[in-house]
Ligand binder design. Structure first.
Ligand code: FE2
Length: 286
C-alpha cells in the first residue's frame, strides 16, 4: 500500500522521466498524494502511470485533481457519434477514420518535435495522454529534455539569444517547417522567449521546436534559420531523449514548459487511439 506522501516511483533509464506504479487513478487521491505527483512531475518532467483502466470521465476527474483541465475545440460529429458521452475536456488523438474522415487530430504517421500550444499566449502547461488502442509497433512518443538542451548549448549562443523571442505558429503538417510567408492573421501565433524559466523549478529551458517555431524575432531570415537549425539539433540530440513505447493502460503526463515531444511512424492500417487532456497555464512563458 502506497503511503499518501510517497510514491512507488522509479526513475527511467533515460535523461528524463519516471514511472509510477501502485496508484489507482480512478480514485479520489489524498491531497498529499496529489502534491507528491506534482512534485515528481516538476522533478522528472515526464511521468508514466502504468496499468490504468480509465473511463473518459475518470481521466478528466484525475486531471482535475492536478489542476484546471483545458477544453479543446469541439470534437467532430464522428467522434460524438462514436463516443456520445465524451467529456469536453478530452481530445481524441487517433488515425481511426469514420466514413473516410479522421476521428481525431494528428492522425497518421510521424510527427516532429513540438511543444503543445506554444503558439498561444498562455500555453497549456501539461498534456496527459491515455492509451486506448495501440498499433502492433511504432507510434512511440519521444520526449526531449529542454533543460538539458539549454545546458548543452554553447555559451555564446545562450548569450546571443538571451533576450530574444521566437515566433511560434499553429501552421504545421506534422513533418514540415512552418511556411516562409505565413499569413499570421489566419493562424494562431505568439512570440515567446527562446529560453524560458520554469516557474516552479526556476530552471531555464530551450523553448523552440522544429514543427512550430517559424523564426527568431529581430534577426535576418538567414541568420534566424541558421541559429534555429543549431537549436533544433541540440534540442533533438538523442542523448537528451526518452522514447516511450506505449503499453495498453499507460497514462503519460508531461510538462510542456521543459519538454518537447515527437511521434514515430506506425502502420497506418492499424488503429491508434489515445485520449488527451491538458492542464491550463496561468501565465505566459517568461
Ligand atoms: Fe503534441
Amino acid at each position: 500500500m502506497t503511503n499518501v506522501n510517497t510514491l512507488d516511483l522509479t526513475k527511467l533509464h533515460a535523461p528524463l522521466g519516471a514511472e509510477i506504479c501502485g496508484l489507482d487513478l480512478t480514485a479520489q487521491l489524498p491531497k498529499p498524494t496529489v502534491g507528491a505527483i506534482l512534485s515528481a512531475w516538476y522533478k522528472h518532467q515526464v511521468l508514466v502511470f502504468r496499468d490504468q483502466k480509465l473511463s473518459p470521465q475518470q481521466l478528466v476527474d484525475f486531471t482535475t485533481q492536478l489542476g484546471e483541465p483545458g477544453r479543446p475545440r469541439m470534437p467532430s460529429q464522428a467522434v460524438r457519434d462514436i463516443i456520445p458521452d465524451l467529456p469536453p475536456e478530452i481530445m481524441i488523438v487517433s488515425n481511426v477514420r469514420v466514413d473516410g474522415k479522421p476521428l481525431g487530430l494528428a492522425h497518421d504517421g510521424e510527427m516532429w518535435f513540438h511543444s503543445d500550444m506554444c503558439y498561444a499566449e498562455v500555453p497549456h502547461i501539461a498534456t496527459l495522454l491515455y492509451a486506448v488502442d495501440l498499433p502492433s509497433s511504432g507510434g512511440n512518443t519521444k520526449f526531449a529534455n529542454m533543460y538539458a538542451a539549454y545546458e548543452n548549448l554553447p555559451s555564446e549562443i545562450r548569450e546571443k539569444l538571451r533576450s530574444k523571442k521566437a515566433l511560434q505558429v499553429h501552421d504545421y503538417k506534422r513533418t514540415e517547417r512552418p511556411g516562409v510567408d505565413l499569413d499570421l492573421s489566419k493562424i494562431g501565433n505568439y512570440a515567446h522567449p527562446v529560453f524560458v524559466t520554469h516557474p516552479e523549478t526556476e530552471k531555464k529551458a530551450l523553448y523552440v521546436n522544429r514543427l512550430m517555431t517559424a523564426r527568431i524575432e529581430d534577426l535576418e531570415r538567414d541568420e534566424s534559420d541558421a541559429l534555429l537549425e543549431q537549436l533544433f539539433s541540440v534540442g533533438e540530440d538523442p542523448d537528451i531523449i526518452y522514447e516511450h513505447v506505449w503499453q495498453s493502460g499507460d497514462l503519460v503526463m508531461w510538462d510542456n514548459r521543459c519538454v518537447t515531444h515527437a511521434r514515430t511512424d506506425f502502420p497506418h492500417e492499424e488503429r491508434r487511439l489515445l485520449q488527451r487532456t491538458t492542464l491550463v497555464g496561468t501565465e505566459a512563458p517568461r
